[in-house]
Design a binder for this molecule. Structure first.
Ligand code: 5GP
Length: 185
């Protein structure tokens, strides 16, 4: 059967969002779901485009109303995937991609076992640290927290259907695009 649901996951700093942008340029039918989060917007982030930014109270209401396929507390904030987002994009005939962290990815696999999961690996922990630091959007504590989470997340790579190293971006983008093209055939 044709699969049109993919999970793109990997630690913060693995470059999964950049990889997604590269793949989207090659496969125009793909679309990513917009997640809901209680994290405050970073400079330049737009509500409804990067995330739906909500209060903790609103997020907890969504949990109670069963609006989320999965959710996690990552660092100090909640993040979750809206059921309505997946349905909206599927109805529009899109190949749906969830760009989420590792625990969420494993939970989505439980709800949608047919979803194909792709793990983006950094070439090394040193490179990962550099990427998180260069982003310049996280405090020192936040960077350390993200690195500790990343170490735990990397231990989960065996649960994924595919692992791709993001060393050379173009190579990585092409590998992920190939996986998606094969998956939808
Ligand atoms: P950031 O704060 O850097 O935007 O996101 C932190 C982490 O949460 C990233 O690994 C990001 O991919 C992940 N994330 C974003 N949205 C979701 C979601 O809906 N569910 C889960 N489980 N993780 C998410």
């Amino acid at each position: 059967m044709r699969n049109n649901l993919f999970i793109l996951s990997g630690p913060s700093g693995s470059g999964k969002n950049t990889v997604y942008d590269g793949v989207a340029a090659l496969i125009p039918e793909i679309a990513q779901t917009v997640s809901v989060t209680t994290r405050p917007p970073r400079e330049g982030e737009v509500d409804g485009v990067d995330y739906y930014f909500v209060s903790v109270k609103e997020f907890e209401r969504k949990i109670r109303n069963d609006e989320l396929v999965e959710f996690v507390k990552y660092g100090d904030h909640y993040y979750g995937t809206l059921r309505s987002e997946i349905e909206r994009l599927k109805k529009a005939g899109k190949i749906v991609v969830l760009i989420i962290e590792v625990r969420g990815a494993l939970n989505v696999k439980r709800v949608f076992p047919e979803a194909e999961s792709i793990f983006i690996l950094p070439p090394s922990m040193d490179v990962l640290r550099q990427r998180i630091e260069n982003r310049g959007q996280n405090s020192v504590e936040e960077t350390e927290k993200r690195l500790r989470i990343a170490e735990q997340e990397l231990l989960q790579k065996g649960f994924y259907d595919h692992c791709v190293i993001n060393d050379d971006l173009d190579v990585c983008v092409n590998e992920v695009a190939d996986i998606i093209r094969k998956g939808v055939q």
